[in-house]
Design a protein around this ligand. Structure first.
Ligand SMILES: Cc1cn([C@H]2C[C@H](O)[C@@H](COP(=O)(O)OP(=O)(O)O[C@H]3O[C@@H](C)C(=O)[C@@H](O)[C@H]3O)O2)c(=O)[nH]c1=O
Length: 190
């Protein structure tokens, strides 16, 4: 397991080891003991799986607020996405900053997104599938979304002038400036 830090404390890129042979490869995509050995103690309770047909589909930016904040461990099982996390922790020195990384079936990378971050992604291949573990259950009353194109965040989704495919909910999402994640900054944990 290779673990890389990012400029946003607590946001980590994990790359599990792959054992390749003539058949293909084998990989432990999640192992609680291995992660605990690296100080990652999230207790996951739900796995999600989405498929987006078109290239240029954006899902996000989403988070759940207290008492159902979610840590997410995100990977791409098919195709390729550019995955983005925005620090929305109250009092964080990097609040409002975003970080993005390409996750693909080929590169096997995973993004560990702590509670208090917004999450979203854009697909870079057709029929891309995102698979992710969550540390709390789906709680519609605690769902929050922020515009993917909020000028205060200025996320470069790599779309150029192409309009993304969005859900109706994401079309009408609010601004980052008025979003309260309800998660306080807990100090430099990386
Ligand atoms: C997120 C979620 C949705 N649903 C249902 C509600 C709805 O009818 C349908 C589609 O939901 P959405 O449009 O919210 O799906 P989607 O836009 O893919 O939402 C996801 O986006 C990414 C970026 C995340 O980080 C996730 O936490 C989640 O918010 O699935 C569940 O049953 N359980 C869940 O955990």
């Amino acid at each position: 397991m290779n673990i890389e830090t990012t400029p946003l404390a607590g946001l980590l890129i994990l790359t599990p080891r792959r054992f390749s042979d003539e058949r293909g490869y084998f990989s432990e995509s999640w192992n609680r003991r291995t992660l605990a050995g690296h100080g990652i103690e999230a207790e996951f309770v739900q796995d999600n799986h989405s498929m987006s047909e078109a290239v240029g589909t954006i899902r996000g930016l989403h988070a759940q607020t207290p008492p159902h904040v979610q840590t997410k461990l995100v990977r791409c099982g098919r195709g390729c996405v550019f995955d983005v996390a925005v620090d929305a922790r109250t009092g964080s020195p990097t609040r409002g900053q975003w970080f993005g990384v390409e996750l693909s079936a080929e590169n096997g990378r995973q993004l560990l997104i702590p509670g208090g971050f917004l999450h979203g992604f854009v697909t870079r291949a057709p029929h891309s599938e995102l698979i992710y573990k969550c540390s709390d259950f789906y709680a519609p009353d605690c769902e929050a979304s922020v515009r993917f194109d909020d000028p205060d965040l200025a996320i470069d989704w790599g779309l150029g002038n192409t309009s993304p495919v969005l859900s109706a909910k994401d079309e009408t999402a609010g601004r980052f400036a008025t979003f309260d994640s309800g998660v306080p900054w807990a100090g430099d944990v990386s």
